[in-house]
Design a protein around this ligand. Structure first.
Ligand code: HEC
Ligand code: HEC
Length: 402
């Protein structure tokens, strides 16, 4: 019945300020194409991860899920990945800066759809899920333990499960209980005193833990939202149930988002990110060390021994195009960050890489003003947005969160 609603039926819907697209006559063909490209229906299949041959092994993913939530995976047995990446909070923690053994300099990132992302972290300093997972484990502000500690932990607590997936564990009898290249001075000294063979054996177990966790994280897919139901109805030309409708204000916000406000220049595709790095002039946080974003991240991912080209990657160099051909030394990388997905963003303040903004009003105000960047050059241009238009943009962002 609703499918036949055209003509006066559409006018009646307009009158109640609820639009469904009414067959789509409210949008230009270009707008319709852009809306379709933002819809979850356009999400490509889960990309393969050739760097991790266990990426699609269910036993590895199950072990990874266990490790993700296991607080024993830390110096004091109180921090798990799930401490900051909360399962019922879109895998983030609502804090300006993540809190583990200490306080991180950056905000915890939500994880839905992360397997589609070529670069990890706000600055892309890792190029795979498994190499990313190794980083917080050895960060003094996060899990704060060492790779030798984790190797022993797995041998003690997950021996059989590990060996069923990854094959025999190395003999760790002569490996010190607590040693790693990023630990305290004694932990670093213990690491440096180990033979190359011992270091390689521990690195292999450590990399495999990352591969199990990475396999688990591949299951965290973005969820369908009201916007997606609306986009599907628009694409099919049929108006459907009430849950596929957007209000006039939400539609106006959508038109601003893909039009005059230029948001979809960077927040595009079904994950609302172009997977690149942009300087948007977000202010620095007083008291934190200088943060140069991608300028540092590009150097770090190139030097990471666990990257796509490294000894622990299962991929040949031909699979490492992103890493081999990345931009490494452009002034545009200074304070450039990865545009986060905007799916779910409306319900998880604060915003930006160190939680600089407390509300979406502050975010929109920042985009309207387009202030000069603390360093490097902001890519933004000031926008003239009325108060009503600002609220329309926010109303649209909320359709991505339910
Ligand atoms: C202390 C809080 C904390 C803990 C514990 C923690 N993370 Fe994070 N996570 C963060 C923060 C903060 C960032 C962003 C850091 C940055 O960009 O420098 C992040 C970023 C990430 C990202 C990148 C997402 C993206 O879109 O680029 C992934 C994936 C991730 N964490 C997974 C994990 C895993 C797996 C573990 C456990 C091994 C873990 N995290 C432990 C706080 C934490
Ligand atoms: C030039 C690229 C670019 C444009 C244009 C752009 N963004 Fe962003 N957006 C980013 C980047 C990069 C970040 C992260 C910046 C940071 O943390 O320093 C971001 C962050 C955000 C966040 C915070 C999300 C979170 O989880 O912290 C929101 C919300 C947002 N943008 C909305 C918008 C809206 C609305 C527009 C249009 C008015 C817009 N963006 C235009 C690149 C862009």
């Amino acid at each position: 019945m609703t499918a036949r609603r055209t003509g006066w039926g559409c006018a009646a819907l307009l009158a109640s300020a609820i639009l469904s697209g009414c067959g789509g006559e409210d949008f230009t063909p270009a707008e319709k194409a852009t809306i379709a490209s933002l819809s979850l229906a356009d999400l490509p299949p889960l990309p393969a991860d050739p760097t991790n041959k266990y990426a699609d092994d269910p036993a590895a993913a199950a072990l990874g899920a266990t490790l993700f939530f296991d607080q024993r995976m830390s110096r004091d047995s109180v921090v798990a990945c799930g401490t900051c990446h909360l399962i019922d909070r879109q895998f983030q923690d609502d804090l300006a800066r993540g809190k583990g053994a200490g306080v991180s300099n950056r905000r915890t990132m939500p994880l839905a759809g992360v397997a589609w992302s070529p670069w990890m972290f706000w600055d892309g300093r890792r190029d795979s899920l498994w190499s990313q997972a190794l980083t917080p484990l050895e960060d003094q502000r996060e899990h704060a333990a060492t790779r030798a500690f984790y190797a022993h932990f797995v041998a003690d607590s997950f021996n059989e499960r590990y060996q069923r997936i990854f094959g025999p564990l190395p003999d760790l009898a002569s490996v010190p209980p607590d040693a790693g290249p990023f630990g305290t001075e004694p932990q670093k000294a213990a690491w440096n005193a180990m033979s190359a063979g011992q270091q390689e054996a521990v690195n292999r177990v450590f990399a495999n833990l990352g591969k199990a966790i990475g396999a688990f994280e591949r299951s965290l897919a973005p969820q369908e939202t009201r916007f997606d139901r609306f986009a599907a109805a628009l694409a099919s030309g049929k108006s459907t149930g009430a849950d596929a409708k957007l209000t006039a204000e939400e539609i106006a916000g959508l038109k601003l988002f893909i039009g005059k406000a230029n948001c979809s220049t960077c927040h595009n595709g079904p994950r609302f990110t172009d997977d690149g790095f942009h300087n948007t002039g977000v202010p620095a946080v007083e008291g934190l060390p200088e943060d140069l974003g991608r300028a540092t991240g590009a150097t770090q991912v190139a030097a990471d021994p666990f990257n796509c080209l490294g000894a622990f990657s299962d991929a040949g160099p031909e699979a490492c195009g992103e890493l081999r051909f990345m931009v490494k030394d452009s002034p545009r990388l200074t304070r450039a960050y990865k545009p986060p997905s905007l799916r779910g963003a409306a319900t998880r303040p604060p915003y930006m890489h160190s939680g600089q903004f407390a509300t979406l009003d502050e975010v929109i105000d920042h985009y309207a003003r387009a202030p000069a960047a603390p360093s490097g050059a902001s890519e933004l241009h000031p926008l003239t947005l009325s108060e009503r238009e600002r609220q329309q943009l926010i109303a649209f962002l909320k359709t991505l969160a339910n």
